[in-house]
Write a protein that binds this ligand. Structure first.
Ligand code: SF4
Ligand SMILES: [Zn+2]
Ligand SMILES: [Zn+2]
Length: 195
């Protein structure tokens, strides 16, 4: 957990930073959202993420993250703390329709898929890459999936960012089936209770 003995922390003595009991929907409570918002402006955010990683990341809001003690919480905190090793850049969906393959080591001139490529040419694949480079990039997980994800969570209606992105304050992260991580968890919890 964060170090609140440090007197300058804006969250010191403020509500909303601790999970109230086992209440499963605490991530939707206004105090929780306000707490995340406060973290968003906090100059200690990066340090705080590191402290939280080191001291336990469950049942607290720290560095805008609703900490649930799981791998995803750890990933988000590691990102904020700057402890992750950079991953190869994902090739965005809206890569320009280029004349040549975007792979700097390829740069083949792109031709239609129906055409037979001459020397120095290759068939157009996707994302501005030739077919060969596209296949390699896709196998390497560098092609961002085309996801039909709504802009707000189906459950809590909060603005939602793509899965595995750190949501800014007041935002939630998409998990699956149009629900954010928190709502997906709450739904699983509700299903378990009903079962
Ligand atoms: S980032 Fe949030 S929890 Fe951490 S010190 Fe700042 S306000 Fe407190
Ligand atoms: Zn290529
Ligand atoms: Zn939600």
């Amino acid at each position: 957990m964060r170090d609140v003995s440090e007197p300058n922390r804006p969250c010191r003595d403020k509500p909303g930073f601790l999970q109230p009991g086992e209440y499963p929907f605490w991530h939707l409570a206004p105090e929780t959202v306000a707490a995340q918002e406060m973290c968003g402006h906090c100059p200690f955010r990066r340090t705080c993420a590191g402290e939280t990683l080191d001291n336990g990341y469950d049942g607290v809001v720290a560095a805008s993250v609703i900490c649930r003690g799981d791998d995803r919480t750890r990933d988000m905190l590691e990102q904020i703390a700057g402890r992750t090793t950079p991953i190869a850049p994902v090739i965005p969906i809206a890569a320009a329709r280029t004349t040549h393959c975007l792979n700097p080591t390829c740069r083949a001139r792109l031709v239609k898929q129906s055409e037979t490529p001459a020397a120095g040419e290759a068939r157009r694949g996707g994302r501005g890459l030739c077919m060969g480079c596209y296949a390699v990039a896709r196998r390497a997980g560098r092609i961002e999936a085309r996801r039909l994800r709504p802009l707000t969570c189906k459950g809590c209606s909060l603005p939602m960012v793509a899965a595995h992105r750190t949501p800014p304050a007041g935002h939630v992260e998409h998990e699956a089936n149009d629900y954010c991580t928190g709502c997906a968890r709450a739904r699983r919890y509700a299903e378990e209770i009903a079962a």
